[in-house]
Design a binder for this molecule. Structure first.
Ligand code: GDP
Length: 430
């Protein structure tokens, strides 16, 4: 069976922790979209890790970690990451890389930087990992699949062809040094020697695994609101972050995805530009940022301070709906224990009307939050394992959010560790 672990919000919801936790009972963990532009932070017996490309199941020795065809594969980063975990005594993980995954080329990273520079104040706040140029090339059919490394004559010829238009842009738009086909070819041959032992027909492998009754986790990156189609376009990422894309990006039938665990954080945070209705500022934001996550809300890849906000029921309801949520994992709840009252955004006021439906971008930009305040629980809930033992106001907060979003909260995460989880029976779970 296949279970997807995806985000309801802007990313950084704690998907890494939930995937790492669920991987204990899984055989295969697949990354199906995105690249090294965002990270998952995981804390376990080996230490604390920021993963960008490797699936969050790499810490177990019974799991196979798969890079699906939907991923933007940065080969040197993948190998640096493997080394960073084996250097900390994690057993060498079993890794498979789809022969159809496309590679982030060195020039994708350059184009990402050059374009952000060119846009100046109108930039997207890209992490400059090459993701947008990568997916543009993939859909323009001038990308490079991993399997192309193994057909050297065609690869050389294609490189020469592809860089012609890149060099026009480099010369006339960006005024930067030109690309050289031979140099690129040599770099790709280095990539080939790194990746060769792992390359595999992933779709066939997963087909067989399903026939053998294995449990497969699909691990999403970012969240619904960053989805290219359903997110806050154009301040989105360049791939689909919703579970439906898991079938495409892993190469499995859509009907095999039986469970969608949507990770939802107990407050909001976002990186990059774009409308963020429940955003807070000043001391209120600094306090939450400092206390948030595990050691503060700063980007796992970039170290950038995240933008902070209160829980947004409108965005999260929409986020859960587009994912096709069967279970909500409600995370980082322990962080809110310092507050006397906890504001929650329950509606958006747009042109004088209140709505609970998440709107398209130009309306979203006008939306003002409608906020209610719930009483805080003023205590440390970390270490609690049983739902009934949570303070009453904490249960009320969870149940209020569940009612607003309309999807069952069946897991509550109250700490960064694997064991920091409370399973809950939800009245909404059929
Ligand atoms: P992801 O990209 O969705 O995996 O999220 P990140 O890894 O960027 O951010 C989640 C952060 O919160 C990480 O530092 C986690 O270790 C931490 N975290 C996850 N769940 C919890 C939780 O329930 N409580 C606390 N305090 N931290 C958590």
């Amino acid at each position: 069976m296949v279970k997807a672990v995806v985000g309801a919000n802007w990313g950084d919801e704690g998907k890494g922790k939930i995937t790492d936790m669920l991987a204990e009972n899984a055989d295969i963990i697949v990354r199906f979209q995105g690249g090294a532009n965002a990270g998952h932070t995981i804390k376990n017996k080996y230490g604390k890790f920021a993963l960008h490309t490797l699936p969050s199941g790499v810490f177990y020795d019974h799991t196979t970690s798969v890079i699906g065809n939907g991923v933007a594969l940065n080969i040197p980063i993948l190998f640096r990451e493997i080394k960073s975990i084996t250097d900390k005594n994690v057993p060498a993980p079993k890794i498979l890389v789809s022969e159809r995954a496309q590679m982030v080329m060195p020039y994708h990273i350059l184009f990402d930087q050059y374009e952000e520079e060119r846009l100046g104040g109108k930039s997207f706040g890209s992490t400059k990992s090459g993701i947008a140029p990568f997916y543009s090339d993939k859909y323009a059919k001038v990308g490079f699949q991993v399997c192309e490394l193994f057909d050297e004559a065609s690869l050389k010829e294609k490189l020469e062809r592809v860089i012609v238009s890149k060099n026009v842009l480099l010369e006339h738009l960006y005024h930067k040094p030109l690309l050289n086909a031979e140099e690129l070819f040599n770099t790709l041959m280095e990539y080939k020697s790194m990746v060769a032992p792992y390359v595999c027909d992933v779709a066939s492998f997963l087909d067989q695994a399903l026939k053998d009754g294995k449990t497969i986790l699909l691990e999403g990156q970012l969240g619904t609101l960053k989805d290219t189609d359903h997110g806050i376009y154009p301040m989105v990422t360049s791939s689909n972050t919703i579970a439906a894309y898991g079938a495409v990006g892993a190469g499995i039938p859509p009907y095999e995805i039986k469970e969608v665990v949507t990770v939802c954080k107990a407050y909001s945070s976002a990186v990059g530009a774009g409308a963020f209705v429940s955003e807070i500022f000043g001391d209120e934001a600094d306090e939450l940022r400092k206390r948030g996550g595990d050691g503060g809300e700063f980007g796992a890849t970039t170290g950038r301070p995240r933008r902070m906000g209160w829980f947004d029921c409108v965005a999260s309801k929409y986020g859960c709906r587009l994912q096709g949520t069967t279970d909500v994992a409600f995370t980082v709840l322990d962080v809110l224990g310092y507050l006397d009252e906890i504001p929650v955004c329950t509606g958006y006021e747009i042109d004088g009307k209140v709505t609970t439906n998440f709107p398209v971008t130009h309306l979203l930009e006008k939306a003002k939050p409608v906020t209610v305040k719930l009483p805080g629980w003023k205590s440390d809930i970390s270490g609690i394992r049983n739902y009934e033992e949570l303070p009453d106001n904490c249960k009320k907060y969870i149940e209020f959010v569940e009612e607003q979003i309309g999807y069952p909260i069946t897991m509550v995460s109250n700490g960064p560790g694997r064991e920091d989880i409370i399973y809950r029976k939800s009245p909404l779970k059929k």
